[in-house]
Design a binder for this molecule. Structure first.
Ligand code: ATP
Ligand code: RIB
Length: 304
């Protein structure tokens, strides 16, 4: 049987990470502990998760023609990812994320988009054959929305399912044109709250948020909820697929690992609930390790 082709369209960043006791308040300067330069970016993290968990993947992205960009490109290739559509962009920096991580594993992230902001609809058109040949196209919101709309159109033309991880959630509502092309959306509690106009604090509000998002035109909503796992609505009722209980070191890329794993499991023919279970298992491993790519598990580490 031919393997499922999962194409990821999105960002590639270099993460500058400092361990701290607590995340700084506005105006506060704090002294942290160690510093790490890590591979990251929501798009790249999700492509790496797909590759490590056994999926076949191509990545559509832009990096700067600088040290960070060339290093990312090399390392993506080493992961077995098809990088034919990862473009080196002269005169612009590779995306960078500054990430303090506190002693509970919680983070805040500031992204300087750099080359990610220059990924155009023409770029995804140049990858049109790859997008049309995909079974699943996975995207996030660290690249321009008009580019994602074009990618989703091409994906749909070829019959692929479109999965959107709506992170980071923008100030403006997502255009209907994009939502109409999305099969599965995976907001976390904050993103679901922003999309749905509901503050997600318990199961009743999670259900309301999912229903409101469905009313925007997306059939399948998977609301990720950190240590509570994930929620979805099956046959009109809320289902909680619990997280795997584990020690938390750093949650960076937990959501990305979840999304990559979800797509691999769907590609393997698992139903939505089973795919979420697999995604919870993979993401739970990622929170026990520091960093983004470096925290993402390989298939053999997952029990189910
Ligand atoms: P992040 O931004 O930290 O990458 P996120 O905010 O996008 O993550 P979350 O809902 O916090 O998304 O986490 C995604 C998934 O990761 C959860 O659905 C769960 O499977 C797993 N996860 C996150 N935190 C924990 C935890 N403390 N214990 C076990 N699993 C966790
Ligand atoms: O989701 C985690 C990622 O968000 C980090 O790797 C960082 O690059 C930002 O894009």
């Amino acid at each position: 049987m031919e393997k499922t082709q999962i194409v990821v369209v999105g960002s590639c960043n270099t993460d500058l990470v400092i361990s701290v006791d607590h995340l700084p308040a506005p105006g506060e300067t704090i002294i942290g502990y160690d510093f790490m330069t890590n591979q990251g970016g929501k798009g790249a993290n999700q492509a790496v998760a797909v590759a490590r968990l056994g999926g076949t993947t191509a990545f559509v992205a832009r990096v700067g023609d600088d040290g960070f960009g060339r290093q990312s490109l090399e390392l993506l290739k080493e992961e077995g990812i098809d990088t034919s559509h990862v473009l080196l962009t002269p005169g612009v920096a590779t995306g960078v994320a500054m990430i303090p991580v506190d002693r509970h594993g919680e983070n805040s992230i500031i992204v300087a988009s750099g080359a990610n902001a220059l990924l155009t609809p023409q770029d995804v058109e140049a990858a049109g054959e790859t997008l049309k040949a995909a079974d699943i196209v996975l995207m996030q919101l660290e690249t321009p929305v008009d580019t994602l709309i074009r990618a989703a159109q091409l994906a749909r033309e070829g019959g692929a399912k479109v999965v959107l991880n709506p992170a980071p959630f923008p100030k403006e509502p997502l255009p209907q044109e994009l939502l109409a092309l999305v099969d599965i959306i995976t907001p976390n509690e904050t993103e679901a709250g922003m999309m749905a106009g509901v503050s997600v604090v318990d199961e009743a509000s999670a259900l309301q948020a999912i229903r409101n998002i469905q009313a925007l035109g997306v059939k399948h909503v998977i609301l990720t909820a950190g240590s509570k796992g994930a929620y979805t609505v099956a046959d009109g009722t809320l289902a909680n697929i619990p997280a795997v209980k584990t020690e938390v070191v750093d949650t960076t890329a937990a959501g990305d690992t979840f999304c990559g794993a979800l797509c691999v499991a769907l590609g393997d023919g698992k139903d939505l609930t089973e795919a979420i279970r697999f995604a919870n298992s993979a993401a739970a491993i990622s929170v026990t390790r520091r960093g983004a790519w470096r925290s993402i598990p390989k298939r053999g580490e997952i029990g189910n």
